[in-house]
Design a protein around this ligand. Structure first.
Ligand SMILES: [Zn+2]
Length: 238
C-alpha cells in the first residue's frame, strides 16, 4: 500500500509527542500516514506487557494514521545494518513522498540510533543493484524509491531549538493531540502529569514565537523550496 508519509520513531508515543498535531492535520487532509515504531516501548513503568501496544493503537486511531512496530528491544536500539535495510525496505514498499524522523538527539540512546538509521535508510532506499550486494538481498526485488523530503520534528527530550526550518500551527487540532498523547496512560498519569505539561509548554512556547496558541517545529534535511511565494503565513513582527 502506498503512503504519503512515513514516520520513523524509536518508541510508541515519540511521534505523537513530537508531531501529533501535524499528523492530525495531514490525516484530515486525506494524506495517508504510516507510523513505524522501531521498538515496542517495553517495559513500561506503569503497565503490564502489551498495554503500551494497545495504547499506541488507540493513539493512532485518534490521529487517523496507521501504525506498525518492528518490535526491536527498547533501550537496546542500534543503528544496525539489518534495521537500516528493513526501514529502507518499508520505504520502497510504501513509496512515501515524505519521511519524518528524529534528526538530532543525544539524551536517549535509542533516539541517537533512530536518527542515524533513518537518514541511512532514506539514502539506501534510492539505490539499485542490491542483488550485487552480499547481505542486501531483501531489497533486490523492489524498485528504488527516492522520497521528496526528509523532515525532523523536535524531540522534546532535547533543549528547544533556537533555529528551525518551519513550524506548523497545530492550535486547531491541539485537543486531539492531547488525547492521542494521553492514550499512553502507562507513561503519563492522566491527571496533572508533569511531563505532559512540559511537552505542552514547548508547543505553547513555539506558538508564542509565531503568534499562535500551539506550534510544532521542524528542521529539514535539505533547504526548503516553494513554487508559490505567497504560501507563508504572516509573522508577528514581519
Ligand atoms: Zn522515545
Amino acid at each position: 500500500m502506498a503512503y504519503d508519509a512515513l514516520v520513523v520513531a524509536a518508541h510508541p508515543d515519540d511521534a505523537e509527542v513530537q508531531m501529533g498535531g501535524t499528523l492530525a492535520i495531514l490525516a484530515d487532509r486525506g494524506q495517508r500516514i504510516l507510523l513505524v515504531d522501531l521498538t515496542d516501548g517495553e517495559p513500561a513503568e506503569l503497565a503490564e506487557p502489551g498495554t503500551r501496544a494497545r495504547q499506541a493503537a488507540e493513539a493512532a486511531r485518534i490521529l487517523g494514521v496507521d501504525r506498525i512496530s518492528l518490535h526491536l528491544q527498547d533501550r537496546f536500539l542500534t543503528d544496525a545494518l539489518a534495521v537500516r535495510l528493513e526501514v529502507a525496505r518499508l520505504i520502497r514498499m510504501h513509496r512515501p513522498r515524505w519521511v519524518y524522523g528524529i534528526g538530532e538527539a543525544c539524551v536517549h540512546p535509542d533516539h541517537v540510533a533512530a536518527a542515524g538509521l533513518t537518514r541511512a535508510s532514506v539514502f539506501l532506499a534510492r539505490l539499485g543493484q542490491w542483488e550485487r550486494v552480499p547481505g542486501g538481498e531483501r531489497l533486490a526485488n523492489q524498485e528504488p524509491w527516492a522520497i521528496e523530503r526528509l523532515f525532523f520534528p523536535h524531540c522534546k527530550m532535547e533543549p528547544p531549538w533556537a533555529e528551525f526550518a518551519f513550524a506548523i500551527d497545530v492550535s486547531a487540532v491541539y485537543e486531539r493531540k492531547r488525547r492521542a498523547v494521553g492514550a499512553y496512560q502507562s507513561i503519563f498519569r492522566p491527571e496533572g502529569d508533569r511531563l505532559l505539561a512540559l511537552y505542552e509548554a514547548e508547543d505553547q512556547y513555539f506558538g508564542r514565537l509565531l503568534g499562535v496558541a500551539h506550534a510544532e517545529i521542524y528542521r529539514s534535511a535539505a533547504p526548503l523550496l516553494v513554487d508559490d511565494p505567497t504560501v507563508f503565513r504572516p509573522a508577528i513582527h514581519g
